[in-house]
Design a protein around this ligand. Structure first.
Ligand SMILES: [Zn+2]
Length: 437
């Protein structure tokens, strides 16, 4: 159990809801970074219904955006100097409950309403995606999840696309899939079919565990069917990127020039060993093999062992920076800026990312959808207090989130400003990297 879970458990039994409420959600945020890694704190919050207030749950206003918002300078400003056709959100989770022909499989703990803690967590995540039957047109959560995404992308200028992530099973050390260990399984085929059916809105990203006996064949097949990258979440899938068993997979990735998007930094893990798999330095093996690597979230949360300095604890972000500043990986290494605005990140990492203009050509925007739809996870007001966002932007951004979490994420990132430093347009023009042009 991680600290956040323990904190939450303690907080949930507290008789004073006012102060712990925010803390609980801060603790929750880390766990929410992946479908597979949601923290128990949310469940505790939801289990105590007294704490569920409208401002914690996304009201999921149906579109279209009100005219006043559409005319907001924080919305129109997004597209100044930016061609929508180059804007691919490179970090979007595809989720659901498996109540369609998606093939999504939820781990036992998520699937059972008899386990109220996990069940509530799942409901909250689906609220962020406005996927509950009462919000959507279908009785199927899977279908509503996709339809809502199509609606959100449809409100943006033509050309904007999302890269939808499949999610492979946790595999044990013997290479056997363990459906109940990883939380959720989203088949490659489902992501591929959605991209094929909605080419105006979606691209797809495969997820393949390198311990699968046919991993290289699956990778070749994914590339043939238009996958734009491969996504790993090492701690939740039990993948050690520094292990020799990855070598054949890395060789194939390098040959196909298919990027590997790998989660780095803190993540909920099943074992203590697996926690370490998110260390950015472990990706050196992939880089040495010539793989094009994207470090998800720029490793903006948590600490890791510094192998170069007797295993001392260092912020994961510092290790990310070291890799970014290593000359021989200039061409192949990227960082995605998804989730950097979450409240569990230190403002200083955002400031550094804004100031490091020399990195901007190597940063890629992603939203980590549906996380931007979870109201307590990102606070525009707090970012404004940190000097990272103009105060005048806060009200429009907060309202925008209730209509369109994707647009909110993009508008927020475009508005971030530290001492005159903003993310340059190239951070958002991600398509060329994934099309390898
Ligand atoms: Zn993510």
């Amino acid at each position: 159990m991680k600290n956040s879970d323990q904190t939450a458990t303690a907080a949930a039994t507290s008789s004073s809801p006012a102060r712990p409420l925010r803390r609980r959600f801060l603790g929750l945020a880390g766990g929410l970074l992946a479908v597979a890694g949601m923290s128990a704190s949310l469940a505790n919050v939801l289990a105590g219904q007294r704490l569920v207030k409208p401002r914690l749950l996304n009201p999921c206003h149906p579109g279209p955006l009100p005219e006043s918002l559409r005319a907001s300078p924080w919305l129109t400003g997004i597209w100044q100097g930016l061609d929508p056709a180059q804007v691919w959100d490179c970090h979007a989770h595809l989720a659901g409950t498996g109540d369609s022909d998606s093939g999504i499989v939820l781990g036992a703990q998520f699937a059972a309403p008899t386990n109220p803690a996990f069940y509530a967590r799942r409901l909250f995540y689906m609220n962020a995606a406005c996927a509950a039957p009462r919000h959507g047109k279908s009785a199927s959560v899977d279908e509503n999840f996709v339809q809502h995404l199509l609606d959100l992308v449809g409100e943006m200028p033509a050309g904007v696309k999302l890269m939808l992530f499949a999610f492979d099973y946790f595999h044990d050390d013997a290479g056997q899939p363990q459906p109940d260990a990883g939380g959720i399984h989203v088949p490659n085929d489902y992501a591929r079919r959605l991209a094929a059916a909605h080419p105006q809105a979606f691209e797809w990203v495969a997820s393949i565990h390198p311990r699968r006996a046919n991993a290289v064949d699956l990778l070749q097949e994914a590339a043939t069917h238009g996958a734009k990258a491969v996504k790993w979440l090492p701690a939740a899938q039990n993948i050690d990127p520094a292990a020799p068993y990855c070598d054949a997979f890395f060789a194939a990735l390098a040959r196909l020039r298919l990027p590997l998007i790998s989660h780095c930094g803190e993540e909920k893990a099943v074992s203590a060993d697996a926690v370490r798999y998110g260390n950015p330095l472990r990706l050196r093996r992939a880089l040495d093999a010539g793989v094009r690597v994207v470090i998800a979230h720029c490793a903006t949360k948590g600490d890791d062992e510094d192998f170069d300095n007797q295993g001392r604890a260092r912020s994961s972000f510092e290790l990310f920076a070291r890799l970014m500043d290593t000359p021989q990986w200039r061409d192949n290494l990227r960082g995605d800026i998804s989730a950097i605005t979450l409240r569990n990140r230190k403002p200083q990492v955002i400031k550094t990312l804004l100031e490091r203009k020399d990195w901007h050509g190597r940063l890629l925007n992603g939203s980590d959808y549906p996380l931007p739809g979870i109201l307590p996870l990102i606070s525009p007001a707090a970012l404004a207090r940190s000097g990272l966002l103009p105060k005048e932007a806060v009200a429009d951004l907060e309202l925008l989130r209730e209509y369109n979490a994707l647009y909110f994420d993009l508008a927020l990132k475009r508005a971030l400003n530290w001492r005159g430093n903003r993310f340059s347009a190239q951070v958002f023009a991600t398509r060329a990297f994934f099309e390898n042009t």
